[in-house]
Design a protein around this ligand. Structure first.
Ligand code: GTP
Ligand code: SPV
Ligand code: MN
Length: 618
């Protein structure tokens, strides 16, 4: 028998009596052997202390408080810059339940592999215990999680992105021990006695593993974003989608916004666009058309349940924004700029200015004359870091700001509502240079589900791998589904049947169609308010549409283009349905449905047949 050396759980008294939590913390500590354990309370003093330590360790650089108060800058290891989809696993008991779109390893095998990786992986480090709640703490069933991590960067980031700390811990045992999702994370870089730490410790070997039946997450080797902030994609999408399937609700990769018309009527919309395809920007839209106003509720994740009135209600489970930096500027997303100006933010892999501010491509029309780039190299606008051309961007394309949602100047007052806001419309959209019109309205729920199920988009820097490759990304959930994609489509269709009375209207949008010269046809950003207006007017019955095989597109003159600097021909090109492009698209949809296989619901095959026969008539 070996004697277990128990690291101090905490100096007595323990901060909780939650027995399952205490047992799990002890078990993880025995396996990973941290030098110390810290239960995080989410306080300002804790933020001070941890950011101070990270500055001393060289992980963080404090930004100039005159321009970015209480804000910090970090550069990751250049190999740890985005989600790793090829290292992400759904370890359901039955392989078929992970569906053909996920990587799968049997749960026991994955646990055996990862247990060996975790063995001693926190040596020389502090183990942080982060009690968090996704969504309001006063929800009927608060959705608790606890992340154990050996990264202080993860601890402070989770403090921004989730409701985290002692209030949550207290609530977890207020009415008896509450269930929670255990989320285990290690950067996989133990320190031997005397070994200096790295500014961004990580490991070449990476696993982002989900055990949907056990509602459990194990992550190893990466410190970045969706790989390590386990409340976000891992819990709120992959695990929550499996919970939602079992309980009859939806966990989606969607923004939530409130829209007020000039007449003062209010609407709520959600929109699913793949990673780095415009959710944060649409969520904080400043419409260019007079009288229309947007308020923000969420920019990445929506949990949606049907209310007793039969309507679909959405809640944002998060508490911060982890937004794409490049492209964010005063002319594109002024509300994001205002949010980060208030400070209390973390910036990862952007560029640093000489006066201690941050910069990224698209923040200003012209870059400053000198910068330190995201890899710490001297950078000027006309010279690459190695002196050569072409010049590489100063900020990594997936560089991000992490900032409290409460700082958003247009945050809706309903943000903290435990029941959420009633949804009038659902938008699906992707990044397509061709084929997909600016906007199309679905004919009905099943058609809308078909549009979502066949959604396609060019890949972006949000995940490692090639950028710009068109792939199917159903409901923008391809990398985030915790179960079989065919079952997911059936779930959407089934909910539509159960709640057929007052379903949201579904629309399909594309801000990214291009001209022959490679520039965007549609100016996007604040001008997207025109598309929202058309969608509202369709629902109110006041805008005309033309029926096409892909859905109902704006009739000539029905889209408000007053004051828009586009020629009528350019507007026509943006909204046009092109039958030839769709004839090219059909085989790609067929290939996608073949890949999904026999579990695909017949309604979707019927919709595909309908599309084909409409194209034949066209
Ligand atoms: P994730 O956080 O990865 O889920 O991304 P997201 O969907 O929130 O994307 P985001 O709004 O951050 O936008 C990603 C990129 O697309 C940024 O560089 C934006 O500037 C750009 N973008 C957003 N909206 C538009 C638009 O309407 N038109 C064009 N051309 N670009 C846009
Ligand atoms: C995404 O990739 O869709 C993101 C960023 O929102 S991450 O948190 O890294 O997943
Ligand atoms: Mn996202």
């Amino acid at each position: 028998m070996t004697t277990l050396v128990r690291p101090p759980l905490v100096t007595a008294p323990l901060p909780t009596t939650h027995s399952r939590l205490l047992a799990w913390v002890r078990e993880v500590a025995e396996l990973t052997r941290p030098a110390a354990i810290r239960w995080c309370d989410g306080s300002a003093a804790e933020w001070e202390e941890l950011t101070g330590e990270l500055v001393r360790a060289g992980t963080l650089i404090r930004l100039n408080p005159a321009v970015k108060p209480n804000s910090f800058y970090t550069r990751t290891d250049p190999t740890d810059v985005a989600r790793v989809e090829d290292r992400t696993f759904i370890c359901s008991r039955d392989e078929a339940d992970s569906g053909p779109t996920n990587n799968w390893v049997a749960p026991e095998e994955m646990k055996a592999t990862m247990t060996e990786l975790y063995r001693g992986s926190m040596r020389g480090r502090t183990m942080y215990v982060l009690p968090f709640c996704m969504g309001p703490l006063d929800a009927d069933q608060p959705m608790f999680g606890v992340e154990i991590t050996d990264s202080a960067y993860v601890a402070i980031s989770m403090g921004i992105m989730t409701r985290m700390g002692s209030d949550v811990l207290a609530a977890m045992s207020a009415g008896g021990d509450a269930p929670f999702v255990p989320c285990l994370h290690s950067v996989g870089h133990p320190l031997e006695p005397g070994e200096p730490d790295l500014p961004w410790p990580c490991n070449e070997t990476k696993y982002i593993s989900h055990f949907p039946e056990e509602r459990m997450i194990w992550s190893y080797g990466s410190g970045y974003g969706g790989n390590s902030l386990l409340g976000k994609k891992c819990y709120s999408l992959r695990i929550a989608s499996a919970i939602a399937r079992d309980e009859g609700w939806l966990a989606e990769h969607m923004l939530i916004l409130k829209l007020t018309s000039p007449a003062g009527k209010t609407y709520h919309l959600v929109a699913a666009f793949p990673s780095a395809c415009g959710k944060t920007n649409l969520a904080m839209l400043e419409p260019t058309i007079p009288g229309w106003q947007v308020e923000t509720l969420g920019d990445d994740i929506a949990w949606m349940r049907f209310g007793s009135d039969g309507r679909l209600y959405a809640v944002n489970p998060e508490y911060g924004f982890f937004g794409v930096a490049p492209g964010t500027g005063w002319h594109t997303n002024p509300n994001a700029m205002r949010t980060i100006e208030r400070g209390n933010s973390l910036f990862t892999n952007v560029a640093l200015t000489n006066d201690g501010d941050v910069w990224w491509e698209g923040q200003t029309p012209r870059p400053p004359s000198q910068l330190t780039d995201w890899m710490g190299r001297y950078w000027t606008p006309d010279q690459g870091p190695a002196g050569g051309t072409p010049r590489e961007p100063a900020a990594h394309p997936n560089s991000r700001f992490c900032t409290p949602i409460k700082q958003c100047p247009i945050l809706s007052e309903d943000f903290d509502s435990p029941t959420g806001v009633p949804i009038d419309a659902i938008l699906f959209g992707g990044r397509r240079a061709t084929t997909v019109p600016l906007v199309a309205e679905a004919r009905d729920w099943a058609h809308g589900v078909f549009l979502g199920a066949t959604l396609s988009s060019e890949t972006t820097a949000a995940a490692t791998g090639k950028v710009g490759v068109v792939r199917r990304d159903p409901m923008a959930m391809l990398p985030f589904l915790g179960y079989n994609v065919a079952d997911y489509f059936s779930h959407w269709l089934e909910l539509g049947k159960q709640h057929s009375g007052r379903l949201p209207q579904i629309f399909y949008v594309n801000w990214f169609r291009k001209k022959a010269d490679g520039t965007f046809l549609w100016p996007g950003f604040g001008e997207n308010g025109r598309v929202l207006k058309w969608a509202i007017e369709r629902m109110e019955g006041t805008a005309d549409a033309v029926d096409t095989p892909v859905g109902l597109v704006p009739a000539a003159g029905s889209l408000d283009v007053a004051g828009l600097h586009l020629t009528p021909a350019e507007v026509e090109a943006a909204v046009a349905f092109d039958a030839d492009e769709w004839r090219t698209e059909v085989p790609l949809i067929e290939e996608w449905f073949d890949l999904i296989g026999e579990r695909i619901p017949t309604e979707l095959l019927t919709e595909l047949d309908l599309l084909k026969s409409r194209l034949d008539e066209d």
